[in-house]
Design a protein around this ligand. Structure first.
Ligand SMILES: Cc1ncc(C[n+]2csc(CCOP(=O)(O)OP(=O)(O)O)c2C)c(N)n1
Length: 620
């Protein structure tokens, strides 16, 4: 096995060039076999095997820096930097992260997870290099999907004035998680198809480079000159060049020697250079090539046919949201839906198929999505913006400045809220209660089970003010079906009446509260359980009443303590001079790494046994 001879960075340089294809094949087989067991970002990684090899062959790691945008495509990079033997632990508790991590390897130049940051971070590394007089090469690798994010344009605009070398590799596979959207995508497509039209199969520059004398800057000048001459009828005018960046490509992203040649040329450019690489998502594994969205982030699957090894049996919250959105749209033609590049992930795909004209995929552009929704609301519509909790962090000011100040009826459907598990720190959705509750006019609610999500969505759309409905990843809870009191503004729901201990739980933690109750009943303690429902505004009357009749107040939330539900209750109790004991259970003040949600809850003492123990310690 060639792969076995690669024990650390730069070992790949010992592989003879006529064995590159064989190594790429081994890497693909390895990735398919490992990811079929652990799950992970298969399609994006299969697409960049050769690109990663070319980068590693052309660069000197860890001195040179690669910043992987999103970072979900860095598996080959991990394999080529001595992490092969850890792949069985990929995305598992205490195991290899699914994203680049500086603390995992000196070859990981910058931590990523959220999209469109690479060009900014790379530019920072370039400036740090220049100011400190070193000479490493800095490469940002960004996908065409990530190029829909506003930050990427801010950074390109900034990088256009650079007079030292900075390489931006545009990994263009014509896909985000779903089909890519927008004007830039159309423009890049034009480059692809213009190239194909000539039968040159993305090798315009490569052929040219072979033909020209290999003399450094002259080659690049030659390319520019050639392209300037022909671009108007061969390659559409390159937007990048007009902005002030050098553009090289398009180059076949599965042709290692061609990419190495372009990278050598790119290194010689004084200024920011965009290397446009064309790749195929899922390359080499036909189920992933055929179903790029499904294999973007795959659950464990059968390598023969690509089918999931343990198909999902029950509905998750995303499915419930998906169904209720279709009902809401059928009832009210003012209801419109917005996603930031995640029609599948947010469950809006079915809605899109039924109401295409009332569906908007704006690309990976959460900030724009929110202000766009504010505009739709100001124009008289009822927008529902569906964005994962951690990605909505991007749009803090847009929620505040464009939605809340004007008190506009925008509904935020916040999926993957709470711990998400295997994607780790960057994706844990544990800040939304805090960042949303801080904003005047905002309402924040969280359902305890699948029926309540449906009821809350209906309530939210009818409210006519800013509302965030947040729900977790995974199977929708089907317990407590008999408890379905109508949703009333600012009112909690009393589930079980007891004495001594009153537990206020919100969202996913209501289920945990039920488990805690069962364990306490066995100890002869019958706690009161309140489904808080409203994180903002909290149900003050219910807190007053609970404090009057119980000794210990417990709050349970899957959000950081700072600025969360428990702190809102604590502040209210303080204001009212209520001196009951308060046991606040929330995510601690540190970033939570990857692992299964159960393992993580156990680690941070947020599972039922830990909470029972905490309660017993306080009342005995
Ligand atoms: C801010 C933000 N929004 C959404 C996502 C979810 N997401 C992860 S990868 C991805 C698509 C990226 O497409 P592209 O950059 O073309 O990379 P590819 O997967 O096609 O290689 C999206 C939407 C994210 N990581 N960050």
């Amino acid at each position: 096995m060639l792969l076995d001879t690669i024990l650390r960075e730069n070992d790949i340089k010992q592989i003879p060039s006529d064995r590159y294809d064989a190594l790429a094949e081994e890497i693909r087989e390895f990735l398919i076999s490992k990811i079929s067991m652990t799950g992970g970002h298969l399609g994006p990684n299969l697409g960049v095997v050769e690109l990663t090899m070319a980068l590693h062959l052309s660069l000197d790691l860890p001195k040179d820096k690669i910043i992987w945008d999103v970072g979900h495509q860095a598996y080959t990079h991990k394999l080529l930097t001595g992490r092969k033997d850890n792949f069985d632990t990929l995305r598992k508790y205490k195991g290899l992260s699914g994203f680049p991590k500086r603390k995992e390897s000196a070859c990981d130049a910058f931590d990523t997870g959220h999209s469109s940051t690479s060009i900014s971070a790379g530019l920072g590394l370039v400036k740090a290099r220049d100011l400190q007089g070193s000479d490493e090469t800095v490469v940002a690798v960004i996908g065409d999907g990530s190029l829909t994010g506003g930050m990427a344009y801010e950074a390109l605009n900034n990088a256009a004035r650079l007079d030292t070398n900075y390489i931006i590799v545009l990994n263009d596979n014509n896909m985000s998680i779903s089909e890519n959207v927008g004007g830039m995508n159309k423009y890049l497509n034009k480059i692809r198809t213009g190239d194909k039209y000539l039968g040159l199969k993305s090798r315009v520059s490569n052929a040219l480079m072979k033909a020209l004398p290999q003399k450094g800057a002259t080659v690049v000048d030659g390319i520019r000159h050639f392209k300037n001459g022909i671009k108007h009828f061969v390659i559409p005018g390159t937007w990048f060049e007009e902005l002030g960046l050098t553009y090289l490509g398009p180059v076949d992203g599965h042709d290692i020697p061609a990419m190495m040649r372009v990278l050598e040329e790119a290194k010689r450019v004084k200024g920011a250079v965009v290397v446009h690489v064309l790749t195929k998502k899922g390359n080499g594994f036909s189920p992933a090539e055929k179903h790029p969205s499904r294999f973007h982030g795959a659950e464990p699957f059968n390598t023969e046919n690509g089918l999931p090894t343990s198909p999902r049996k029950s509905a998750n919250y995303t499915d419930i949201f998906s169904t209720v959105m279709i009902k809401l749209a059928a009832r009210d033609e003012k209801v419109v839906a917005i996603t930031a590049a995640m029609p599948e992930g947010t469950g809006l795909k079915r809605y899109r198929n039924i109401y295409p004209e009332r569906f908007f995929d704006v690309g990976i552009a959460e900030q724009h999505a929110v202000t766009f929704a504010a505009g739709l609301a100001a124009g008289g519509l009822k927008p529902v913006v569906a964005i994962y909790s951690s990605f909505l962090q991007r749009a803090y000011d847009q929620i505040l400045h464009d939605v809340c100040i004007q008190n506009l009826p925008v509904v935020f459907a916040i999926d993957r809220a709470g711990l998400v598990g295997s994607d780790g720190e960057t994706h844990q959705g544990v800040f939304d209660y805090s960042y949303l509750s801080a904003m005047p006019n905002m309402h924040v609610i969280a359902p305890k089970n699948k029926w309540e999500l449906s009821d809350m969505m209906k309530f939210a759309v009818a409210l006519g003010r800013p509302v965030a409905v947040r729900y977790p990843r995974g199977n929708a809870y089907t317990g407590l079906q008999e408890h379905r009191a109508p949703i009333e503004l600012g009112k909690s729901e009393l589930l079980f009446e007891g004495s001594e201990v009153a537990i206020f739980a919100v969202g996913s933690m209501v289920k945990t509260a039920e488990e805690v109750r069962k364990a306490l009943l066995e100890q002869g303690i019958s706690p009161t359980i309140i489904n808080g429902r409203f994180i903002k505004p909290i149900d003050e009357a219910a807190v007053l009443e609970a404090c009057r009749t119980h000794k210990l107040i417990v709050t349970l939330e899957e959000n950081v303590a700072a600025g969360g539900y428990g702190e809102a209750i604590a502040a209210f109790m303080k204001r009212e001079k209520l001196d009951n004991d308060l046991y606040l259970v929330a995510i601690p003040d540190r970033f939570i790494e990857h692992g299964s949600i159960d393992q993580l809850k156990q680690e941070i003492e947020m599972d039922a046994p830990a909470i029972v123990k905490g309660i017993l310690e306080r009342i005995r």
